[in-house]
Design a protein around this ligand. Structure first.
Ligand SMILES: Nc1ncnc2c1ncn2[C@@H]1O[C@H](COP(=O)(O)OP(=O)(O)OP(=O)(O)O)[C@@H](O)[C@H]1O
Length: 518
């Protein structure tokens, strides 16, 4: 099912479509969630170190998460303790050191100093990095070249505890129909939900979830809240790691803040909230436009036209009969539940899905499949997407990834001009990552990687900007800067924007068309 609506040019855009008073996150009562299958264990792992020494010890009592005087690279924590049954939000901006906190809990950080570091054995971390690592592992194991068919990879159901695929939890998250697919074949929201359920069904009692509201559709955010509320009642300990203050859910009762490499506050939610400053934007990126002005107004130009569009994966149809057109400056918001086909639609348009050739699809007036050069088309597009992010596991420094935007390549294979390098450095400075210039892209935090990919897409100010959930993992300040910048680009008619997001606070007035899939 597809709905396409023009949006009024003068009112507050998509915001006008929302029911009055509807909140992004809501906590509804839970009807029934079955957790009988959860295995309960009492063992825990203890690490103590005063001289870099690490010991493992098994004891039966549950001491929660206990971190005292711990130092890892770029983060120090004087005291943090999450006890059984508590609900914490750990708040930290994109460059605060919060990524280090997540990897500390994942056991991936080298501990430089530790007064006391106690991590329960039944602690599970659901992070973007973990999601990415799994994807890479699946790509490594892909045997399609040796088989006479596409290798779907590890079936999704094997991530769940055996015997749980029909559980109420799986139904609540509407995942039943994807469990026989390979992990790599899931949409980004579907794989987030799967990893969450994987942790729960496999017996985690301490759940750490990084930015759960990024990438889940509105209904799934509500389901997530319901499930978390139920888990809390059952004595689970929950830690949400959040980049955005607006995401703090009503059921969270404790708050910690990480800023500039230190855990600066911990305590009851209201006390900590009262002490926080107002969030600001990360600054205006407008001067990066270098005085770029709008192209002179000419006859209306059709950038994208799809006639009775369709897409499939193997036998499965994702959408069909989609008539879709984007004129110059007709900035378009694409929404729909997880798995509805939003990324697939954008991949067909950007030429990253084989159905770009089987469709009647015109890009910048050129019919796809008519002998055109894909590079000629890509030159006019800037793309940020979960797929692009996943594919950036090639070597390359932060600066090289931004510069590769001029060449539309994944990896840098051409020598950039001085001017191109200057521009890339200006972007690095603007997004606050100058000190990361030479650092391998893969070693950056997830939010930092996103910023680099955004700069890569924007640097050449393309005619068409294809932004598929670009703000995953970004904090309020960077989201505000990006959306303000897009607003300026829209106002000056520099680029036309195709934008996918589940976050209603990103539905800005400059959108002129709304496509709803699913
Ligand atoms: N490579 C693939 N092979 C088979 N099925 C796939 C593949 N990639 C995606 N799918 C399936 O196609 C459907 C649409 O996926 P798509 O990524 O377009 O959804 P989406 O609307 O972008 O979802 P989300 O909001 O979670 O990102 C999903 O059900 C997904 O499981």
């Amino acid at each position: 099912m597809v709905a396409i609506r023009p949006l009024p040019a003068t009112t507050d855009g998509v915001g006008a479509l929302l029911p009055v008073g509807e909140k992004y996150v809501s906590l509804a009562r839970l009807s029934c969630v079955c957790l009988d299958n959860v295995v309960k264990q009492g063992a825990m792992k203890q690490q103590t170190s005063d001289s870099g020494r690490q010991d493992e010890d098994r004891i039966d009592t549950d001491h929660g998460i206990d971190i005292q005087h711990v130092v890892v690279e770029e983060l120090s924590i004087a005291a943090f303790r999450a006890e059984k049954g508590q609900a914490w939000c750990i708040l930290g901006g994109t460059r605060s050191g919060i990524d280090r906190f997540v990897s500390l809990l994942s056991g991936e950080e080298e501990v430089l100093q530790a007064g006391r570091l106690v991590l329960p054995e039944q602690l599970a971390v659901v992070s973007f990095r973990g999601q990415q690592a799994l994807f890479e592992e699946e790509v490594r194991r892909d045997e399609s070249d040796f088989l006479d068919r596409v290798d779907p990879g590890t079936p999704a159901h094997t991530f769940l505890q055996p015997g749980t695929r029909t559980d109420e939890l799986v139904r609540t998250f509407r995942l039943g129909h994807v469990l026989d697919r390979g992990y790599r074949q899931l949409s980004s929201g579907e794989s987030r939900k799967l990893l969450l359920l994987s942790a729960i069904t496999r017996g985690a009692q301490y759940l750490v979830v990084e930015n759960p509201y990024d990438g889940l559709d509105v209904k799934s955010c509500q389901d997530f809240d319901q499930i978390m509320a139920e888990l809390l009642q059952q004595g689970f300990t929950l830690l949400l790691v959040l980049a955005n203050r607006v995401d703090i859910p009503p059921w969270c009762n404790h708050l910690a803040v990480i800023d500039a490499g230190t855990m600066v506050r911990t305590g009851p939610r209201d006390e900590v909230l009262a002490a926080l400053d107002q969030a600001e934007s990360a600054g205006s990126w407008e001067h990066l436009l270098n005085g770029e002005q709008a192209l002179p107004e000419t006859a209306p130009e059709v950038l994208v036209r799809m006639v009775a569009g369709h897409a499939r994966y193997g036998e499965r149809e994702i959408f069909s009969g989609l008539d879709f057109q984007v004129d110059r400056s007709q900035h378009t918001l694409i929404t729909g539940p997880n798995g509805a086909g939003k990324s697939t639609l954008l991949a067909v348009i950007s030429g990253d899905h084989p159905d770009c050739y089987t469709n009647e699809l015109y890009l910048f007036g050129i019919r796809r499949g008519s002998g055109e050069s894909i590079w000629q088309l890509k030159r006019q597009m800037g793309i940020v997407s979960p797929a692009l992010h996943r594919e950036h596991y090639l070597p390359g420094s932060a600066l090289q990834v931004i510069v590769s935007g001029f060449f539309d390549s994944i990896g840098l294979y051409s020598k950039p001009t001085h001017q191109q390098q200057r521009q890339a450095r200006a972007w690095l400075a603007e997004i606050g990552l100058s000190d990361r210039e030479k650092m391998p892209f893969r070693r950056l935090g997830y939010g930092e990687q996103r910023l680099i990919l955004i700069a890569r897409a924007l640097i050449k100010l393309p005619k068409l900007l294809v932004l598929d959930e670009p703000t995953h993992g970004l904090d309020d300040r960077y989201r505000a800067s990006l959306l303000d910048f897009l607003e300026t680009i829209a106002a000056r008619q520099i680029s036309t924007i195709l934008y996918v997001s589940h976050r209603r606070d990103e539905y800005r007035p400059f959108f002129r068309q709304h496509v709803e899939l699913g």
